[in-house]
Design a protein around this ligand. Structure first.
Ligand code: PEP
Length: 220
């Protein structure tokens, strides 16, 4: 299985021009890196245009959230069906920044089910094991994102991350996320045993993000 590197652009960039620029810079440099699966998750609004511009097999697109209903009277929501129709393959669910806005485990659970129903690959973000439903039988991608490490420049120690990876042994694909940079990226794969990374801040700097992908590619 190829390592998976997911870029969470969060609420950035602020213009379509900026989004295209970021996308094109990444695309240009990573199109020849075949041993890594790169998933870019821009804000919803940029997804249609970036899907059209994709043209590179090893870049996939993902969304940063989705609703739990496929259609209907739900003002402001985006359904998994709509994302799938656009060519999205992945969707981040339960990011800590969404949980901080009031998203509960129950809502997250419904979103995961809806995403799976539409054949999207959900990436469930957790910072503790209790956030995973005990009866979860379906194989999904988990992203371990310790709260203290998100956007702080203070990554989790390799030892602690490795322990968490061991606790999540029943999942085949577990990503690490939290203050990843080009220096530390490969250690979470090589030493802590993760199958990929969820990159926030560093994914907005094309040079740094490309270097993360290159450094992981070298050790795989
Ligand atoms: C994230 O938002 O999922 C994240 C890991 O952010 P950062 O890389 O900036 O810590």
């Amino acid at each position: 299985m190829k390592p998976l590197i997911v870029a969470n652009w969060k609420c950035n960039p602020t213009t379509l021009k900026g989004a295209k620029l970021l996308f094109d810079s990444v695309k240009k440099e990573i199109k020849n890196i075949k041993n890594i699966e790169v998933v870019l998750c821009p804000p919803f609004i940029y997804l249609p245009i970036l899907t059209v511009h994709r043209q590179v097999m090893n870049i996939k697109l993902g969304a940063q959230d989705c609703f739990w209903k496929q259609q209907g009277a739900f003002t402001g929501e985006i359904s998994p069906l709509m994302l799938k129709d656009l060519g999205c393959q992945y969707v981040i669910i339960g990011h800590s920044e969404r949980r901080a806005l009031g998203e509960t485990d129950e809502m997250i659970n419904k979103k995961i089910r809806a995403a799976l129903k539409s054949k999207l690959k959900p990436i469930l973000c957790i910072d503790k094991i209790s956030q995973i439903k005990k009866d979860l039988k379906t194989e999904i991608i988990i992203a371990y994102e310790p709260l203290f490490a998100i956007g702080t420049g203070k990554p989790c120690s390799i030892e602690k991350a490795k322990k968490m990876r061991t606790s999540l042994i029943r999942f085949k694909t577990v990503l690490y996320g939290g203050s990843i940079n080009s220096e530390n990226a490969k250690d979470y794969i090589k030493e802590a045993g993760f199958q990929g990374l969820l990159v926030g801040g560093a994914s907005l700097e094309p040079k740094e993000f490309i270097q993360i992908v290159k450094n992981v590619s070298r050790v795989c």
